[in-house]
Design a binder for this molecule. Structure first.
Ligand code: NDP
Ligand code: 2IT
Length: 445
């Protein structure tokens, strides 16, 4: 970095103790250096200095009462990062690791991801350090209601539209939506990922996983390859991992492993997805229980071991920095030729470098997992029209959005002289629209 080095230094100085945020900003600024060279007017207008500073950050107390009558206190966050191209949009994460730096990295990534979808959505993220594991349904409900009792004043269908992420699925969205509706006395599309009976979109639950496969299918096709007959390893066993597995099987691949934060399962015959759905979606259990149903499969403690399983294609779909340089080297050594990021920032910078140096087809998160938020955008469209599209209609729109994301990202990479570097392509293509919008709107934000 030359022109943008000072921007990065300022970010590190101004945001101490936020390594994930620094990591996300560094990758984007490195990719944007040639854009800064080509567009001195953006440098002069402070676009780069402004885009790394959230427009607004909200931190709030979330008190709730557990089943034993004990008062508990968690911390809530909403970071409204950038509204240049549309209302703030992005998920809510409930996980004990959540802190301001994590929410800022996710919100920053969301700016560029949402821009890539071609839909009018700004970037945001929210969440809490609340741990849903082991909580009763009523505790989850009381927490979600308390969270919304503060969040409601900051969001709205044309202001900020939250959705799910780790630890937040249809159940939590329902509880939050119910409380929002009661406070505002307004039935409106303020959250996405809603149940189908009250304004949700068909295909939204499947969208991130399916979209990842549609994106990677395009990337493979461009190199004369496909999913047919390939062995695939997928980390995680939540929303993204489950529907990535489903679409991988539909495209003729065999998924042999899934994981959670405790360990991973390996089924050489191919994962039985009905069993996984029963354990995870119905029973809300752990992935280790899979071997009770399929005794020929094996369970191993420790989630990182999943990357030692030989595969053609790896799809990290759990969490940030779950795949490091050692894991990447092992995957490459075992013949893995493509990696698609379903999670946000799952590969460390060292891992990405190894993939790119070894000509691995690498689909970066902000492009490859954009299908979830794209379909959230389609949910907003249907809410505005007061209409619901069929599964096939939404799925075909999702597929064509993922195909156009691939086309835009690969052509941006080629335009800037790095044709196979989709990391650079995604950062540049995502940035262009946001930068042009910020430039046109003057020094407002
Ligand atoms: P879920 O809560 O449904 O599932 C998360 C999965 O990841 C679980 O298997 C969980 O295991 C595992 N996991 C979470 N944290 C860790 C950790 N610290 N170490 C190891 N494993 C972990 O979330 P999603 O499937 O929705 O999200 C997965 C990833 O995809 C996240 O990075 C999210 O930001 C990203 N994403 C999600 C989108 C969506 O629409 N839902 C859209 C785009 C990206 P355990 O049960 O043990 O915690
Ligand atoms: O990371 C993400 O893109 C999401 N969690 C989905 C956000 C959304 O608004 O659907």
């Amino acid at each position: 970095m030359k022109i943008l080095a000072g921007v990065y230094e300022q970010v590190v100085k101004r945001n101490p103790g936020e390594p994930e945020f620094h990591q996300a900003v560094k990758e984007v600024l490195e990719s944007l250096e040639p854009v800064a060279e080509k567009h001195p007017e953006y440098v002069k207008a402070g676009i780069f200095d402004r885009i790394v500073e959230p427009e607004r950050q909200i931190i709030f107390r979330v008190p709730w009462v557990d089943d034993n009558g004990v008062v508990r206190v968690n911390r809530g966050f909403r970071v409204q990062f950038n509204s240049a191209i549309g209302p703030y949009k992005g998920g809510i994460r409930f996980h004990p690791s959540v802190n301001l730096g994590i929410i800022k990295f996710l919100g920053f990534e969301q700016i560029f991801k949402n821009s890539l979808t071609t839909l009018p959505m700004g970037g945001a993220k929210g969440g809490s350090d609340f741990d849903p594991k082991g909580k009763s349904d009523m505790e989850i409900m009381r927490f979600c209601q308390s969270f919304m009792l503060e969040l409601y004043r900051h969001i709205g269908p044309d202001t900020d539209v939250p959705a799910g992420d780790i630890g937040v699925g249809a159940r939590e969205i329902g509880y939050m939506y119910g409380m929002y509706k009661k406070i505002r006395n307004e039935f409106t599309g303020v959250l996405t990922g809603k149940g189908i009976e009250y304004g949700g979109s068909l295909t939204r639950p499947e969208a991130t996983g399916y979209g990842l496969l549609y994106f990677m299918d395009e990337a493979l096709k461009a190199k004369g390859k496909s999913f047919e007959g390939k062995t695939v390893v997928i980390s995680g066993s939540g929303n993204v991992a489950i529907y990535a597995t489903e679409k991988a099987h539909q495209l003729g691949a065999k998924v042999v492993a899934l994981s959670d934060s405790n360990g991973y399962i390996y089924d050489k015959d191919g994962i039985n997805l009905d069993t996984v759905k029963l354990i995870k979606l119905v029973q809300r259990g752990r992935i280790s229980e899979y071997v009770k149903y399929h005794p020929t499969a094996v369970y191993k403690e420790g989630c990182r071991g999943i990357w030692t399983i030989p595969c053609d294609i790896a799809l990290p779909c759990a969490t940030q920095n779950e795949l490091d340089g050692n894991d990447a080297a092992t995957l490459v050594k075992n013949g893995c030729f493509a990696v698609g990021e379903g999670a946000n920032m799952p590969s460390t910078p060292e891992a990405i470098e190894i993939f790119l140096n070894n000509k691995v087809i690498f689909g970066p998160a902000k492009a490859a997992n954009a299908g979830g938020v794209a379909t959230s955008g389609l949910e907003m469209t249907q809410n505005s029209m007061r209409l619901s599209w069929t599964f096939e209609e939404v799925d075909s729109r999702l597929k064509s959005i993922m195909q156009s994301i691939y086309a835009n990202v690969s052509s941006a990479a080629a335009e800037y002289g790095a044709p196979d570097n989709l990391v650079m392509g995604a950062n540049i293509a995502g940035f262009k629209k946001v930068a042009a919008a910020m430039y046109a709107q003057g020094i407002a934000y």
